[in-house]
Design a protein around this ligand. Sequence first.
Ligand code: C2E
Ligand code: CA
Ligand code: CA
Length: 686
Amino acid sequence: MEKCTQILVVEDEAIIALEMTRRLERLGYQITGAISRGEDVVEAVQSNPPNLILMDIMLAGELDGIDAARKVQEQFDIPVVYLTAHSDDNTLERAKTTTPYGYIVKPIDQMWLLSTIEIALHKHNVEIALRKTEQRFRSLFETMQSACALHEMIIDESGTVVDFVFLEVNPAYCSMVKRTREDLLLRRGSEVFPGLEPYWIRLYNDVAQKGAPIHLEEYFGVLGKHLDIVAYSPEFGQVATIIHDLSAQKNVEQKLEYRTFHDPLTDLPNRALCLDRLTQVMERAKRNLNIGFCVLFIDLDRFKIVNDSLGPTFGDTLLQQVGRLIASTVRAMDTVARVGGDEFVVVLEDIDNRAEAVHAAKRILDRLKRAVTIDDQTVYTSASIGILFGPNGYNHPGKILQDANIAMHHARAQGGGRYKVFKESMRAIAERALSLETELRLAIEAKSFELYFQPIYALSPMKLSGFEALLRWNRNGSGLVSPAEFIPIAEETGLIIPLGMWVFEQALAMLETWSNMRPDLDLTMAVNLSARQFSQPELVSSLSELILRSNIDPKQLKLEITETTVMEKPAIAAGKLRALKELGVAISIDDFGTGYSSLGYLQRFPIDTLKVDRAFVSCMDEFENRIIVKSVIGLAHNLEMDVVAEGIETQEQCEALVRLGCQFGQGFLFSRPVEQHHAQNFVLEA
Ligand code: C2E
Ligand code: CA
Ligand code: CA
């Protein structure tokens, strides 16, 4: 059953009190007590709290009803309804200050009593509910992370807005502006923020007048903060603002933006920023025809080798130092960017004299040539630089970098450590290389390669000794592309690795077939190995797997490695060669005589065969060449190496070689490289 309303009656006239209690009980109320003295009210409420107090204003004791009501209000939230017989204005005024919930005039009318009590209870309930929501809003307001303020616009006599005042602020607002609430309330905006721009007052007034809410992100100068502001008008002439401080976020954004446009390793602008600067420089050059600019594309020579042999940490430090070195050689206004692994770009602005740019390139080359020491390790760096002059009709910054890169490749192709100025003619060559690269990728997928074989003979007496496998690319069926053209591209792009594996598989398969046909010949198969293949870590394991799978004796396989490849990193090469030897395969030094020609050094390596380069053989008619070939053959034999002469085209060359003691030879005189079934005839007929 619903708990019925409990009422405390305070009435000093006993008869009235009694009658009232009866009536109330008849109306369904419960009486918590009927007391006659104002002094006892608080205690009565305390011991048995009622829902409502019916309070006679005139009480006999020291406290009258109004005083007693005030005492109750101080401690409790219980509605009071006054009973009054006759009321003078003065008393009524006093009664009002206690905001009573109603008056009942004696003599008491039953209906009036009932409705007054019910209205009072209802009012009180509504108030409680309201207070609760208000409290909820208040605590929200107080604890909100967003700063909130309520303002009223100040309008002067002429009707123009002059300022706003603070009506209310929350703690977040106070901490945002670093002032207390007391310090803000009823203060003017211009007082709180000296130097406040009139813009803000106009903006607030707009909202206060029109009532339409606004949302904006602005830099609030007087606070030095980026703010996100929502403003609306809760009442005409007022503006409420909800403010988010974005400064911290903006800071993060700025940092993020910095990171987006800078290389984390060197802290230099990255490719994106470099392109952006180039765009700006291009725009300026377009507006002012007298302004030229220049781009230097710098690529370290042999960085990969340094990185591979001394480790990536060393490589990173080296790149950092190189970045600093380059930056130190150019003007502060010039952009130095790192656009790729070991690629740097310098954008020289306002260059009106080409010599200046060339000078800058030379300075950088000079600076880089000096030794760099990192953790007791000293390396000598050098770079290749492509120089490009603008504006020269360029519309796209990417194109500028591309052409500068092409010029760099030309410098690199000439041995590195130098610069080259971009010329239109370079582009055609680069484009061909580029399309070759794309086609090469497709060709590897499509397997449009073929392996040719050139026979190698023992010269005296003549006997087929084996073959050299030589790669052929049937490009779109439009003829064979020379490996001299596509192998370097395959090298550069890494495509040589899958391609090389394919060559091994084919060559070993043929070797197995032919050996089975003619076990008596003890055939060998020479396979060329490029620098990249040679330095590939998996080389030994993949080769060993292939050999195990096939049915050949490993010593029948001869790996041809150029002198240059071996001498590039002799220490690493030595280990690699030993590992290959352990597989049982034979090692040939290819193109001997074109590189370092350091036989003294080569003797430390486990080498089986020396292949004398075609260049010496083809001009054996000349006396000195003959001397060279003779001494090479002699030395090789001393080191217990076999010698194969390459490129024998004439009978005379062949005879001369035999006289000099050369045991093996290959060349057009015997046969060009031929396809597989043709080569097979050599095997069958031998
Ligand atoms: P290389 O290893 O020095 O191969 C010998 C080159 O000399 C071959 O050129 C061959 O056709 C050519 N040649 C042979 N006898 C004569 C002759 O009497 N006169 C003249 N003028 N030339 C002769 P090719 O086949 O064009 O190969 C060029 C280079 O491409 C090879 O030089 C080798 O370095 C590379 N290469 C070829 N196949 C492969 C391969 O499968 N893998 C790798 N990594 N490189 C290969
Ligand atoms: Ca070769
Ligand atoms: Ca060769």
